[in-house]
Design a protein around this ligand. Structure first.
Ligand SMILES: C[S@@+](CC[C@H](N)C(=O)[O-])C[C@H]1O[C@@H](n2cnc3c(N)ncnc32)[C@H](O)[C@@H]1O
Length: 388
């Protein structure tokens, strides 16, 4: 394990940083003569050389340091330290009652587990790893030792931004996995799927839709491999519509309906743009509409455009629903805060000229813990709205 470098903050910066405990320290916070290499473990000190945090350095990113430990006590971020951080994440998952009902879950959630840059999703006997920072990249051997000694795995897949750079880094190549969640089954394509293969963060919200679906017609926009469609079928929906722009997940969606024995339920699949589909859907026909779009922005600069996109789809959906209809609506963009999303929905309801009640505030489940000091971790938010 490399040695710890000391990096100094600019005068006057330390107190606020200590108080706010935000795990991202930006380049402007550091003294100009600070030298460290990307991936280095650093001890962040105030202008007098007093330590206040330990983190990983990234010389290329505006987020210059990602803190994984706060406090002035001397720390030795060695193998033992990292193994115990990883074990803490595993113990949290093992104690979650919710995870008894699935074979797939998020084991490590980056800042939410004080393991910045590391994401690990477990799909039955396959772990999919993302190492999003140079500091996380250096922990790859430690993480591998941990995963292979604590879990009973068949294979470990390292997922990179581009699929050609992704690879199996341990065990057998296992490109397809059967995920079980709340007694339902989904085929997950580890190598070609979106995210790490499945949207594990919507588990609770899919189950909620199931409870509301009895005797109702459910339309699922941005459907991916049919998570919400299959749950609606399981809940007793009488008719289903799924809209997904990508052919490959759309194909898996049909397989997933078959796999769960729901082929007899009337189902229409449109492989097309949801914005267009929302325009041609018959008014007052669908009792429940689900909108789970991809993040409309990954940058602060594109927020105004994203706001227009969210408003547009929600306005259209609110207009389409009959009296008493339900809208399950989500945003998974970290730049759209829960309050901003709520404001967008308000504005959409005003334009649609419909009275609307909020029935549920929705989030990711607890295997996606959020550091309270890191609001960006709360990327997924949703509402169930009842329209009159
Ligand atoms: C957040 S995912 C949905 C996850 C899904 N609800 C689930 O639980 O598995 C968003 C999906 O929208 C699809 N998509 C992106 N742009 C789209 C568009 N303009 N029209 C329809 N689908 C789109 C993506 O391919 C992706 O499958």
């Amino acid at each position: 394990m490399s040695k710890v470098r000391r990096v100094r903050l600019r005068p006057g910066k330390a107190e606020k940083i200590r108080q706010q405990r935000h795990p991202w320290l930006f380049s402007g916070a550091f003294a100009p003569d600070t030298i460290a290499e990307s991936g280095d473990t650093v001890c962040v000190c105030d202008e007098h050389g007093q330590p206040l945090a330990y983190g990983h350095w990234d010389a290329e990113s505006p987020i210059r340091c990602r803190v994984f430990s706060w406090g002035s006590a001397k720390l030795q971020p060695n193998e033992t330290f990292w193994q115990s951080q990883l074990e803490r994440a595993l113990h949290l998952r093992r104690a979650l009652p919710d995870l008894r009902l699935t074979n797939s879950y998020r084991l490590i959630n980056s800042e939410g587990d004080a393991l910045p840059g590391i994401v690990v999703d477990v799909y039955d006997k396959v772990a999919v790893v993302q190492l999003r920072t140079p500091g996380a990249e250096r922990l790859r051997p430690t993480l591998l030792r941990f995963l292979t000694s604590h879990l009973s795995l068949k294979g470990i897949y390292l997922r990179r931004e581009s699929s050609s750079a992704s690879e199996w880094i341990w065990g057998e190549r296992t490109p397809e996995v059967l995920l079980e969640e709340h007694g339902l089954f989904f085929k997950v394509s580890i190598e070609t799927g979106q995210k790490t293969g499945f949207f594990l963060d919507q588990r609770h919200n899919r189950q909620l839709l199931r409870y509301y679906s009895q005797g109702r017609k459910v339309a699922n926009f941005f459907a991916y491999t049919g998570g919400f469609t299959v749950y609606a079928a399981a809940g007793g929906a009488t008719e289903l519509l799924s809209v997904e722009i990508m052919p490959e997940p759309a194909h898996l969606l049909l397989e997933n309906l078959r796999l769960n024995g729901f082929s007899h339920i009337p189902h229409t699949l449109w492989v097309e743009d949801a914005f267009d589909a929302l325009q041609k859907v018959e008014k007052d026909y669908w009792d429940i509409i689900v909108l789970d779009p991809p993040a409309f922005t990954h940058h602060q600069d594109a927020v105004p455009q994203a706001i227009r996109g969210y408003k547009e789809i929600n306005r259209r959906a609110l207009r389409l629903l009959p009296k008493g209809g339900l809208l399950f609506t989500f945003s998974c963009s970290a730049h759209i805060t829960p309050q901003l999303f709520r404001d967008i929905l308000l504005s959409a309801a005003m334009d649609a000229d419909r009275p609307v009640q909020i029935l549920h505030f929705l989030h990711a489940p607890p295997d996606h813990p959020i550091d309270l000091f890191h609001p960006q971790g709360e990327y997924l938010k949703g509402f169930v709205l009842k329209v009159e």
